[in-house]
Each structure stands twice: as C-alpha cells, then as structure tokens.
Ligand binder design. Structure first.
Ligand code: FE
Ligand code: FE
Ligand code: MG
Length: 170
C-alpha cells in the first residue's frame, strides 16, 4: 500500500477497490475467452485473425496487471479466488462453444463493448478526484477501443469476402 496514494485519492477507497476487483475479474475472464476461442477458431481469414486475437488476449492480461497494481497500491486485496470472477464481473463470459470465426468475433466484440463501458465509467468516477486511477482507466480504455475497432474491421472484411463470393457466382 502507498500511504500517500490512499491520502490523495478523493474517492471512497472501498468503493474504488470494489470496482477495481470487478474489472480485474472481467480482465481474467476476457483473457481466457479470447485465448481459448482464438485457438479453436475455424473459418475464413483464421490465420490472419488468430494472431491478433492472441495479442488482444495478452493485452487483457496486461490490463489485469495494471488493475491489480492499483488495488494493492490503494491498500486493497485483489480477488483471490477464481470462483469469484463470474460473480464479480459485469461483463459476460461467453463460452466459445461454436468455433466458427464470425461467432467468436461477435462474442469478443460484445466483450470489448462491455469493457469500454467499464473503463468509461471508471474514468468518470475518478475524473478530477483520483488522477492515478483515472489515468490507468484512460490507458486501458484506449486499448479496448482499439480492440473493438480491430474486431469490427475483421467482421467487415469477412462480410466483404462473402459478398464478393456471392457476386462471383451470379
Ligand atoms: Fe481489457
Ligand atoms: Fe479488450
Ligand atoms: Mg489489436
């Protein structure tokens, strides 16, 4: 714990630590969903999409690291039992039981959109009150926005590919 870290934060410490533990749980679930999903994935453009989704998974772990560091700095205890991840997370874990690439991408897209809401609201909650958490939220938010954009582009590319094939057959 950092003594000054706790003193200078003008938001309720317990409340912020609780929110950070929700975010930590979401990041671990996102990591696993994206990691296992990208390995199982089948369909057009798989070889191009897989490495990007694996990179996203690694970036989610990086977010978990940032959030965990902040929890400890604020004197909190990070969630210690993976059994609690699903209870604490506000974003759904979507089991990648259908490995078709478009299904996986849509699942990940919903995950990214939920993560964007999470960090947008964490930023709003800490804006002008807890600059360190605020800055962390913005850093993560920007990466989640990039993830959403990447996935939207992949979905558009696959749609275009399907459309071109349809045209060619006419
Ligand atoms: Fe993340
Ligand atoms: Fe993400
Ligand atoms: Mg990316």
């Amino acid at each position: 714990m950092g003594r000054t870290a706790v003193e200078i934060s003008n938001v309720d410490n317990k409340e912020i630590i609780a929110v950070l533990n929700e975010a930590l749980s979401e990041e671990w679930l996102a990591y696993y969903q994206y990691w296992v999903g990208s390995r199982l994935m089948v369909g057009p453009m798989r070889s191009e999409v897989e490495p990007e989704l694996l990179l996203h998974a690694t970036q989610e772990l990086g977010h978990a690291e940032l959030v965990l560091n902040r929890i400890i700095q604020l004197g909190g205890i990070p969630v210690l039992n993976p059994n609690k991840w699903k209870d604490l997370a506000r974003c759904d874990y979507e089991e990648p039981s259908d490995p078709y690439i478009e299904v996986i991408l849509e699942q990940n897209l919903r995950g990214e959109r939920c993560a964007i809401q999470r960090y947008q609201s964490l930023a709003a909650m800490t804006d002008g009150k807890d600059y360190a958490t605020y800055q962390m939220a913005i850093t993560i938010l920007n990466e989640e926005l990039e993830h959403e954009h990447d996935i939207e582009d992949f979905i558009a590319d696959i749609e275009r590919l399907k459309e071109d094939i349809r045209q060619f057959r006419l």
